[in-house]
Design a protein around this ligand. Sequence first.
Ligand SMILES: *Cc1c(COP(=O)(O)O)cnc(C)c1O
Length: 385
Amino acid sequence: MQLPGPSNLPERVLRAMSRPATDFAGPEFVALARSAIDDLRTVFGTAGEVFAYVTLGHGVWEAALANLVAPGETVLVADSGRFARGWRIVAEAIGAEVVPVEGDLRRAVDPAAIAAALEADRERRIRAVMVVQIETSTGIVNDIPAVRRAIDAAGHPALLLVDAVASLAVCELPMDRWGVDLAIAASQKGLMMPPGLGFVAVGPRAAERAEKGGAPRRYWDWRIRRGPESYEWFNGTPPIQMIYGLREALDMLLEEGLEKVLARHRRLADAVRAAVARWSEAGVVAFHATEPAERCDAVTALRLPEEAGADAIRVFCRDRLSVAFGGGLPPFEGRMIRIGHLGDVNEPMILGALAALELAFRRFGVDAAPGGVEAAIRSLAEASG
Ligand SMILES: *Cc1c(COP(=O)(O)O)cnc(C)c1O
């Protein structure tokens, strides 16, 4: 599995989830669930609250906005690709007015353009700035501290909301230190879980706004998700087995150490980038992200010419070589291969995946410069850790 989500399921997590029904009101489960949700604060880098939902990334997009934005209120969306656009659609669906900040989908979002849009908002109607940290459809990481500085430079009171679905436990997001008011995540990416849990980390400014503001809501409402009972935290029966899996996944992350987890992602992403740089020398395969510093550590997006047959290559890799890569999402269908390298991945998995892709290029007559795997090996041999 080299998809940019879902990521590989570690055997430890699978085994932890394999257990009979438990009384969710019993002290053992209540303590375990509380500890798992509370430990997520460490991963988000916040002293704020974390709410866990039985949902997906798509659900926590809505959970965040429903608690903060009333119909008719305005939000700013920094367009970075398919996932920023998906979040924008949710904002529009709950009745928000959207101020879009368009950009070049091969570059990170431009903080100066965000600052300009905020300065133009003289009546201070924009409630929130919505930005995706790692835009999984393009493999680009947006500069969250720079967006924070743009908001501050404009002297604008808007909240900063970050989609960290593909970036939590992959790259740095110290929410409190970076002045992020809210971040969302889902279970099936850096957290190494099956899909099915969504998380919202809420700082004090966002919590305060949600007390009196937001849209009509019930299931998503933070105000009914506090209290001593695990039934309240989930607004219904807790997803017991998923919580055991989450506890185990957090144990794995905390045993390895968060800094080392991020360093591992960087090291493996560097190896993938070394291979892609080598392949690109023939001028056919290319990085989608034109600026090297903006290439993220969760997924590397390769551009291929239409006639290279990116989708046929992926099908060959999946069905014949047992390696699943991601394809191009709109507007890049049929012209992209996305190599996921997040979650439970290590050196031999990455080298195997790169070798499979290099084999497929050769089999399909794609003119990729040979030696990608060798370049990745060299990158890993020289890396620390
Ligand atoms: C995967 C992903 C989502 C969507 O998550 P689902 O669980 O599939 O709804 C949202 N945002 C980003 C950045 C993602 O990578």
